[in-house]
Design a protein around this ligand. Structure first.
Ligand SMILES: O=C(O)CCC(=O)C(=O)O
Length: 291
């Protein structure tokens, strides 16, 4: 993993609510990830496990929408190599000043040429189901990205705006900036937008309260991205909020007897005391016995 945060990066992240990074992944990891995206959106799950949310598949998905699958790491080991990476976990923890990180969820997003926008939102507005509900997201471009290609965009400093309640559509809204524009207007803010324009393998890291979204892909090329949404290692379910806040898929993973986040579903990628979830490295190097 190529990203190691500096003190200047930390200052920029605190001030802007995000950081644009030229290189997160080495070039040789891109081709296996492109293949993994093709497989997963075609319903080919290498490990035999279905991802937690399969929102788009070839043959049945609306071709005008951005394709989305969540927790592809359970289905495909090329995706898992990135999502469960100890190095990337350490870098994000160091940027955030956290003692360690867990993966909350990954997102495979594929926006082909001509596909519609993704609505602006603040990730943390959806996350009252765990506590502390801090979140940091790492967005990795798998294609060169430009404004016209519907790359990710942020509003500079908007993590310091008021916390809004969720509103608007995520997939293909008519005015993808509307919820953010409404929040800006009601708080007397003048939004300043930064586009994440990087080569494939670059990307960004953003704070859970930073307003972000992306426009339609008006270029002739696909815009694929792998996103890691990361929580603190010491986060737990909030028993008063979890069932309403998280929905039917992830609330299933709560233990009856306690509020712990189970490491089988929310693994610890890096911890300053060395307590990375033990079975992760075996999972990453597993190869099926040959018949
Ligand atoms: O890729 C996009 O346009 C949106 C990604 C997003 O919402 C996120 O990374 O939190």
């Amino acid at each position: 993993m190529l990203f190691k945060p500096t003190n200047n990066n930390k200052q920029d992240f605190d001030q802007q609510g995000f950081l644009v990074i030229d290189k997160i992944l080495p070039a040789e990891q891109l081709l296996p990830l492109h293949q993994a995206f093709d497989d997963v959106f075609n319903g080919v799950f290498e490990t035999g496990v279905t991802p937690d949310e399969v929102n788009w598949q070839h043959g049945s998905g609306d071709p005008s929408l951005t394709r989305q699958v969540c927790n592809g790491w359970k289905a495909n080991r090329s995706i898992a190599q990135v999502v469960l990476s100890e190095d990337l976990g350490r870098s994000v923890a160091q940027l955030a000043g956290w003692p360690g990180v867990r993966i909350m969820i990954d997102n495979l997003l594929s926006k082909p040429a001509g596909a519609r926008s993704l609505g602006y939102h603040q990730d943390s507005a959806y996350l009252s189901w765990f506590t502390p509900s801090d979140l940091i997201s790492c967005w990795i471009a798998l294609d060169d990205t430009k404004q016209a290609g519907g790359t990710l965009e942020f509003v500079i400093g908007s993590h310091k705006w008021r916390k809004s309640i969720p509103s608007g559509e995520f997939h293909g809204p008519d005015n993808y900036r509307e919820p953010m524009q409404y929040a800006a207007q009601s708080q007397g803010e003048e939004p300043q937008i930064k586009y994440v324009e990087v080569e494939a393998g670059g990307g960004s890291v953003h704070h859970g309260w930073t307003w972000h979204g992306s426009g339609a892909n008006e270029s002739a090329r696909p815009r694929r991205a792998l996103v890691l949404h990361l929580m603190r290692c010491d986060a737990e379910y909030d028993p008063t909020q979890f069932a309403q806040g998280i929905g039917p898929t992830y609330s299933r993973y709560k233990h009856l007897a306690d509020n712990q986040l189970d490491e089988n579903y929310f693994p610890i990628l890096w911890h300053e005391n060395g307590s990375r979830t033990k079975a992760l490295d075996d999972y990453l190097t597993f190869s099926a016995p040959k018949c």
